[in-house]
Design a protein around this ligand. Structure first.
Ligand code: F6P
Length: 345
């Protein structure tokens, strides 16, 4: 029996609650642990703000979006004596193993704490699907489903008004959400950070579609992190950066709306999906993946396998070293983009 700490850090993500529920269910009923949930990510650990998680308090949360623990983008290593404060909190609360659930930033802190000697087991989370070493992160399929449904809805307005609609999706520096939802939604052009775009080529695709199909509307899906060929930065929605140094991306759809209309004469509109993609109930795939990750994480914490992250490899759940998992982001598979390109224009 041990005392296990859990936290959720970074952007919220559909599937976090299934992970928490699984850790608590197997942790208590099979391993006999006590489980404490730190509130608001690393902030809760810095401030020793935690609550004991029980079978009762984690029942009925499987289908709920967000995280019952709350989250934040707190970077322990940007706080004076942050690491020492975290280690002191964990000691005071008698935590033996910490399970941080998060993306590369949150898990990067877990990796450093492990290097400093504290047992951690990471669970990868992000709608962006950009974590290496795991084939999928939970939250991604839900975001893709929401974006696909939005693209379906945008079709009817585009068609009724003879418009080009530019739909901006999240994903930071990776084009996974754009490519999957664009493919599933039948987008006429998909723009991703991995392939800087030329707006004249985008317009050529749209004109070609009009000429060859007789259609008088088009859907362009653009990733928030897409950039222009020949250099240039992604469009940003704010000047400030978060504690991990990330700018807030957003706004490329509005630039494209104007430029496409100017060049082609086709009336254009932009839609930015934003946080709708992270909200609400997780789809079944993400509930199952989150549950499998939670069970694997509590088993690893109980077996004494630390400094690892749960990962989906093919259909199996495996444990990979945090060091290996966080080396590089996982960018869009070029083969997938080549498949999407078949349907451009
Ligand atoms: O990493 C998930 C994500 O939703 C990105 O796709 C997006 O760029 C970012 O978080 C938005 O962050 P915030 O919710 O802090 O504005």
């Amino acid at each position: 029996m041990a005392r296990i700490g859990v936290l959720t850090g970074g952007g919220d993500c559909p599937g976090l609650n299934p992970v928490i529920r699984a850790i608590v269910r197997k942790g208590i009923t099979v391993h006999g642990h006590e489980i404490f949930g730190f509130r608001k990510g690393w902030k809760g650990v810095l401030e020793n703000d935690a609550v004991e998680l029980t079978l009762q308090s984690t029942s009925g949360i499987l289908h709920r979006g967000g995280t019952i623990l709350g989250t934040s983008r707190t970077n322990v290593y940007k706080v004076d004596d942050g690491e020492a404060k975290v280690l002191a909190s964990l000691k005071e609360r008698g935590i033996d193993v910490l399970i941080p659930i998060g993306g590369d930033d949150t898990l990067g802190v877990a990796r450093k704490l492990f290097a400093a000697g504290f047992p951690t087991v990471g669970v990868p989370k992000t709608i962006d699907n950009d974590l290496a070493a795991t084939d999928f992160t939970f939250g991604f399929q839900t975001a893709v489903q929401i974006a696909t449904e939005a693209i379906d809805r945008l079709h009817s307005t585009a068609e009724s008004h003879d418009r080009v609609i530019v739909c901006e999706v999240m994903g930071r520096d990776a084009g996974w959400i754009a490519c999957y939802s664009g493919l599933a939604g039948g987008a006429d052009v998909i723009l991703v950070p991995e392939r800087p775009f030329d707006v004249d080529e985008v317009c050529d695709h749209i004109r070609h579609r009009y000429e060859t199909t007789g259609k008088t509307f088009a859907i362009v899906v653009v990733s928030e992190g897409a950039t222009r060929a020949g250099g240039g930065e992604a469009a940003t929605a704010a000047d400030s950066v978060d504690s991990f140094g990330h700018v807030r991306l957003g706004g490329i759809a509005f630039e494209l709306e104007r430029e496409i209309e100017e060049r082609t004469g086709f009336e254009s509109r932009a839609t930015v999906l934003g946080h709708i993609q992270r909200g609400g109930s997780p789809v079944a795939f993400d509930r199952v993946l989150g549950t499998r990750f939670g069970v694997a994480a509590i088993d690893a914490a109980s077996d004494g396998t630390y400094g690892v992250m749960t990962a989906l490899r093919g259909t199996a759940i495996e444990l990979v070293a945090l060091d290996d998992a966080l080396k590089e982001p996982k960018l869009l598979d070029p083969e997938l983009y080549a498949t999407a390109e078949v349907f451009f224009g």
